[in-house]
Design a protein around this ligand. Sequence first.
Ligand code: GLC
Length: 597
Amino acid sequence: MALKNISERVLSLIKEMTLEEKLGQMTQIEKNSIPPEDVKTYMLGSVLSGGGANPVPNTPVLWREMVESYQKAALDTRLGIPLIYGSDAVHGHNNVCHATIFPHNNALGMTGDSNLARKVGRATALECVATGVRWNFAPAVSVPQDLRWGRSYEGYGQQTEVVSEFATAFIEGLKGTAWDDETSVLPSVKHFIADGAATWGSSQRIDRKALEFDKTLAASNLGEEFAHLVEEGAWSIDQGISEIDEEELRRVHLPPYQAAIDAGALNMMASYSSWDGIKMHAQKYLMTDVLKGEMGFDGFIVTDYEAINQVDADYYKAVVMCINAGIDMNMVPYDYKGFIATLKKAVENNDVTMERIDDAVARILNAKEKLGLFETPLTDPALLAKVGCREHRELAREVVRKSQVLLKNNDVLPISKETTIAVAGKAAHDIGYQCGGWTITWMGAPGNITTGTTLLEGINDALGKEVNYSETADFSERAELGIVVIAEEPYAEGMGDKSSLHISAQDRALIAKTKNNCDKILVLLLSGRPMIVTDEIDSWDAFIASWLPGTEGQGVADVLFGEFDFQGRLSYNWPKTMEQDSFIWNIGDGLNIKETV
Ligand code: GLC
């Protein structure tokens, strides 16, 4: 599918480039796997930080120095083609300590206001560019079907048109005034396609008995600490098989990609999942005939992390199949020498044609050129002041406030500031629980992991005093209102696949213990998805779905005391049971305070 409107610069570069230089452009390497000088030796086109691949110590300044070291090596090559550095900034520049961490996409969708997504995209772009990152592996345009999927929170909602609207807005935010503006960031629209439609139990990612990742992957041992998660269902659906027909694939999962193309997106990331018996990375019909042909996508397709290795145990065959299917850049991300040698051999054997190589390189260089990288490969250090700045934190606080969904209120909210309050739960005072996965580390983690304000601090600030707080609901005096914060343990990807979405026995016990000490109970749930509360909800006086609010926890307090009314509405159905075929609340549900008192 050769490109049409290619610039003179790109055409002449392709004429001048050696095969090694072309293959280097098609290679993306993980920053922990390469010294900057090898970027020059192998003329690599891109470096990435996977989840948690941070400089030590993890500061915005050291991020910038790290990224610049790779860019300078690339600029020092024979042709000086600029490199593009990629990172997952899926809810703010989330790998970077002190960056603003926004609520995850599902919460953005609950605000019902895609203009907020545009603003979040712009703020995220500024914090990325401050550190030299010009490629963001976002937005996910998943339309999650089964909430047991650990990536449900990466979707804006379960309605295709909502996903299209919010993804378009976020992409426009990443773009800013123009793609070649030096503060624009290339979006990676992911994961093509129908990643949210996999069937439970169809994932082949790990060997559940041996507790090992797929043997073709370098990092094949899960480690004992994950054994209990595997028992709870980890890696049961993520990267599985989307057992839907083409009509449903086109109706439900394709429109957000068309919307992204219409918004000018120049990169897509292929999905680990499979459709029609073929791994998406080898799906020539969908990647080349449909996406590049029928839909006119003239950007480039990047693999997911080490995804080619999953396609076939014979690496040579896997590389040939994926590149010929339409993959243009390989997120290798470790053995770049092995990939380049393999693809070179495939070209020499004519198993991959020079026409396909030139098409891939043209797509990559076209995107770099549209981003203005040839003119401004290095970014303005003054932008460092934007990382975690007050303006961005205020925006994040607004998104938190507007994403809170009030689902029950028996005369509890708005809470009078005279009410005696007791707050319970370790998650009430924990930035890590608020942020969830993809925060500082790949999986995220509880604890004081970065700069921010906890829910408890927000409540104390709103009241101008410290309320009674106990992680374990051990209170010495009664209170009129108990606020119990329960949370999912942070997770990302398949690690968050769960066979049961019931709230935990520990959380039920915490609520009961708090109830012994309070006249009324308000439950706040920090989660990446709706959880099953059918049997418990009747004994609660009020219930708020807070999702994963990020670093600005005071946005929750903003709606507790009547400063602002609730506006969040569900963008996901809320299942009654694990069958997920009947719901206690539906898309669009959510209360305002005045509707309830
Ligand atoms: C991960 C994810 C993808 C992410 C990429 C780079 O495995 O599937 O969403 O962008 O690798 O971190």
